[in-house]
Write a new protein. Structure first.
Length: 711
């Protein structure tokens, strides 16, 4: 047996590498994914802080805008008189104004509230309510409470030095974070009434509006948002990580399935699915190993035995594929038990087996083992309740040279097997070099066939089919002949199987039908007889051609021939090739108008089955029954039974191979409709058939009788 351990070890290392590589890839993806999520969280965290501060600044600017709008409103109105109260006592910083306090005519006392005083009360209320501080401050002020703090003083000093612009900063007030915002404020008309005493003129920088926004509420809201962002990122990270692990598991599962699939493919490549025997690939390996070991075993040889089961196709078609498969399994078991422990049994496919015999002395030793194997095979086998008996043909190829190859030995054994199958009475044949000549002839024939049609080497001969009652010619059978440039006339049974094998049968068969249709048209023109019919034999492969009906239709149309004048003969071999396809093709041919006939009827194993399945117009009795011409012979009885069957089914029966007057008389007395054979005429080329028709043998029975006597 071949040593497959290194290969398996290599596969295991490769799978281990792929597994480790996948783990590394998954971990790498997880690391990248983690970094991406962490970066996203950090980016959102940083931008959230910036957005929080920006939001506070926008609120400070909005508050400043409201402050300015209110101050401008107050300035335009020059202040408001209100009743003095604990919330609005007279402003002590306006006592220099003579009209600060008034009394109405009805005795109500009022005090002047200027815009600055009103804004200070509003900002104080805003501070008490929301913690937002706002005020006007300057280096010079009427109210000492408006004196700037350290941060405000620093800003005011910067402005006095010429750097006048809005200032924003984060500072601590009372230990709490605040956003400080300060914008410059200039002296405008209307302000000089109160602030002129400080020495300001219109257009002077008199100070700034300072707004302090507490950041704690913003930071608390930002912290809540940040927690949500963190939770979202954690959830996304977990989801992505779970997806990666699911992906990793999926990859691992797919790799496991792939390994299993590869193992199944390897098993299918090395071992037959039906029988479990080694296939051609493993056989080649083991045969090669056996050949290489010949140098270590002097005096011993290796034998390769090619076994082909006989009549397997018939058994398979008769009992069904289930029985056929069961028989193949049973044969495999018989072969394995019949050979020695160190031998190998393999199956090439179909009903072909190969046995490798290790350590045999010579061909006689191998033949003896095969004889024992044949004896075991011939024992009846019970398969699915059917007692089946099988036989086989065996070819043996010997090797005692390390230079031989497995392919060569199998091919030689195959050649020897065909010799054994061809030679009746001999089931085992040992290969010798003379068999190569047979292969060479087949190869040359194949090559010549490919160009025969193009080189006009084919001819169609016609053999008359005679009415047994009138002895008139009722039709002809078209018979193909090959006129080989070197070999002369080659009979059809020598080249038709090869033409089928290489696919040339389609072109050749179409050419024969074309010749037959043209001949029918010519006879109709020259002899004014449209009743003559020509029978053409079909190959099984032609019936499986999906374009065959179109070819027949085109040919008959082109020749101007009625399809009923074309009779297509089908053998039982063709009928069992593909029953579904054949049934469809025959049905369409019959619907088109062609006549159908079963050729060599009675030689198969399911003839009656085919008569029931296919609507034949006629069937032809094989010549082996016709020529078994003793009155009490089995052939004669079969002819009588078949003729009676045709009469019951309303079919025409044609007897082939009629060679004597006794055969003619006996078949005529049995009621046979038509006959053909050398008794009437051998197959003739078209020119000689024309001569027969010119003599009127298709109309005058006396002339045909005279011709028959002369023949």
């Amino acid at each position: 047996m071949a040593d497959v351990t290194p290969t398996r070890s290599l596969d295991e290392r490769r799978h281990h590498y792929l597994r480790e590589h996948n783990y590394a890839v998954i971990l790498g993806l997880l690391a990248v994914w983690t970094l991406l999520v962490a970066y996203s969280y950090q980016w959102n965290r940083s931008h959230l802080f910036d957005e929080t501060v920006a939001l506070a600044r926008r609120e400070a600017e909005a508050l400043w805008n409201k402050d300015q709008a209110f101050r401008q409103w107050g300035t335009r109105h020059g202040g408001v008189y209100v009743r003095p109260s604990e919330w609005s006592p007279p402003n002590p910083f306006l006592d220099h104004l003579p009209d600060r306090d008034l009394e109405t005519t009805d005795g109500v006392k009022l005090t002047l509230v200027n815009p600055a005083y009103m804004m200070r009360q509003v900002t104080e209320l805003f501070d008490e309510t929301y913690g937002i501080k706002g005020r006007i401050t300057g280096l010079r002020q009427l109210n000492p409470d408006n004196a700037p703090d350290d941060w405000e003083r620093e800003v005011l000093l910067r402005w006095t030095s010429g750097d006048v612009q809005d200032v924003t900063a984060q500072t601590q007030i009372g230990g709490r974070p605040f956003l400080r915002f300060m914008r410059p404020m200039y002296m405008v008309d209307g302000c000089d009434k109160c602030h002129a005493v400080l020495g300001y003129k219109t257009g002077d920088l008199r100070g700034g509006v300072s707004v302090s926004i507490p950041l704690t509420p913003y930071f608390d809201a930002a912290a809540d948002t940040l927690n949500s962002i963190l939770a979202t990122h954690v959830a996304v990270w977990l989801l992505g990580t779970a997806s990666l692990f699911v992906f990793a598991l999926s990859v691992r599962r797919k790799q496991r399935e792939r390994r299993q699939h590869l193992a199944q493919l390897e098993r299918a490549a090395l071992y037959d699915a039906l029988t479990g025997l080694p296939t051609r690939m493993l056989l080649h390996d083991r045969i090669g190993h056996a050949i290489r070991s010949l140098g270590r075993r002097p005096g011993q040889s290796v034998a390769v035995c090619f076994i082909d089961l006989d009549r397997f196709k018939h058994i398979n078609d008769t009992y069904g594929h289930a029985v056929g498969d069961g028989l193949l399994v049973a044969v495999s078991q018989i072969l394995q038990h019949a050979v020695r422990p160190n031998d190998t049994v393999g199956r090439l496919g179909g009903d072909e087996y190969v046995v490798l015999l290790n350590g045999v002395e010579d061909a006689g030793d191998a033949s003896a083992i095969m004889e024992r194997l044949l004896t075991a095979l011939r024992e009846p086998v019970n398969v699915a309740g059917q007692a089946v008996q099988i036989d086989a043909s065996i070819g043996i190829a010997m090797s005692n040279l390390a230079t031989d190859t497995a392919e060569t030995l199998i091919r030689h054994a195959d050649i020897a097997m065909f010799r054994a199958k061809r030679d009746s009475g001999q089931r085992i044949a040992v290969f010798d070099t003379s068999m190569h000549e047979h292969i060479r002839e087949l190869t040359e024939t194949e090559a010549a066939l490919r160009s025969a049609l193009k080189n006009d080497e084919f001819m169609v001969y016609y053999q008359p089919i005679v009415s047994s009652r009138s002895r008139r010619i009722a039709g002809f059978e078209a018979l193909l002949r090959w006129r080989h440039p070197q070999l002369g006339m080659v009979p059809p049974d020598h080249f038709v199987p090869i033409a089928e094998e290489i696919g040339e049968i389609h072109a050749i068969g179409a050419w024969v039908i074309e010749q037959a249709c043209e001949q029918i048209a010519a006879w109709r023109t020259h002899f004014d007889d449209g009743a003559l019919q020509i029978s053409v034999n079909l190959s099984a492969l032609q019936l499986l051609d999906p374009e065959f009906l179109d070819k027949v239709r085109n040919t008959t149309t082109r020749a101007g021939v009625d399809p009923s004048q074309l009779c297509l003969e089908i053998t039982e071999t063709a009928l069992v090739r593909d029953q579904a396809g054949v049934t469809d093709c025959l049905g369409r041919l019959r619907d088109f108008g062609c006549r159908l006939a079963a050729d060599d009827f009675g030689t198969g194993y399911s003839s009656l089955t085919y008569l029931q399945r296919y609507r034949f117009d006629a069937f032809k009795i094989d010549k082996q029954f016709v020529q078994d011409d003793s009155e009490s012979s089995t052939g004669s009885k079969l002819c009588k039974a078949l003729i009676g069957l045709a009469d019951d089914l309303g079919m025409i029966v044609v007897a082939e191979g009629v060679e004597t007057s006794d055969q003619f008389d006996r078949l005529r007395d049995m009621g046979c409709d038509r006959m053909q054979g050398y008794y009437f005429s051998r197959p003739l080329p078209p020119a000689e058939i024309n001569a027969l028709l010119q003599r009127g043998l298709h109309r005058d029975n006396t002339r045909l009788a005279a011709h028959s006597a002369a023949a």
